[in-house]
Design a protein around this ligand. Sequence first.
Ligand SMILES: [Cu+2]
Length: 311
Amino acid sequence: MSMRPFKRSFWIVASLVGLIVGLFGVAPAQASVTTNPNTVMWKVLVGEQSPDLAIQGMRFLPGEIWIDQGDSIKFVANSAEIHTVSFGTPPIPPTGVDSLLADAVPRVGGPVFDPTAPWTNSGILTTQSTPDFPTVTSYQQKFAARGDFTFFCLIHGEMMSLTVHVRAPHTAYPHSQAWYDAQAGLQTAAILADGAKLWAATALKASPTHVYVGASDDLAMVMRFIWPNDVVPLGTTVTFDLGANQAVVPHTVTFTSLTQNGHPVDSGILLEAFVGGPSTFSVTFDQPGTWNYICELHDDMGMVGSVTVLP
Ligand SMILES: [Cu+2]
């Protein structure tokens, strides 16, 4: 699939509502800094996805972890969907795609977490790099300060957060990495099941003339057209509808070869009505043939479809 320069940028709009709600409720905890010889390295997964990339989760796993002063955490990208590990208040107020990218892309802070810094950021974590902006696959922080620290994903806002409890050196751990990993496995299964349920429920509402453009709640996103391959008679109007999204997830309906009145048939960015964008797009098919279309933001996750128009 082609990658256009603007491509994933708009994806980031997904977070704006959650972000604006979420950012300002998180206050840095009190911290005391000492040194100790501990070198335990913990692992936190960032994002979840189904093997076909259709379902994308919005969680850190675990979402809460107890470590000792001097320990480190390695955050590992676990999905094609982009995420960040962030703490504090972004330097640029996130009012749009450009400002959000300007905050999300640069890594801010050193290898040792400083809770007194106004802003700490991992850069954009994803398993699937893009030429559109720099990304990373992992991020490491050493915790030299004691306290309770809540990190969040700048892309998905407060619904995706991680609380790190940093306790005195040699405090007994309540859980092992194996326990967290086992929990992460269960939670991933629950997230993917939630996405599958959402997908199935949306499919029940869909028809060849009413195609849902993705589906989402605060846990999972379905990066698919539902249903993606339709057959209709000539002259049929098909409506593409964003209405199965509870989270703000932008998509496009972009036909790859169909033109009407000399113009490519392309919805542009569709957003839910409450963020001010159009949430449906209708096309009346006046030419027989099979017309392929893609979501320009998520085609690399397999979000593509076709309408076959019978003569
Ligand atoms: Cu999409």
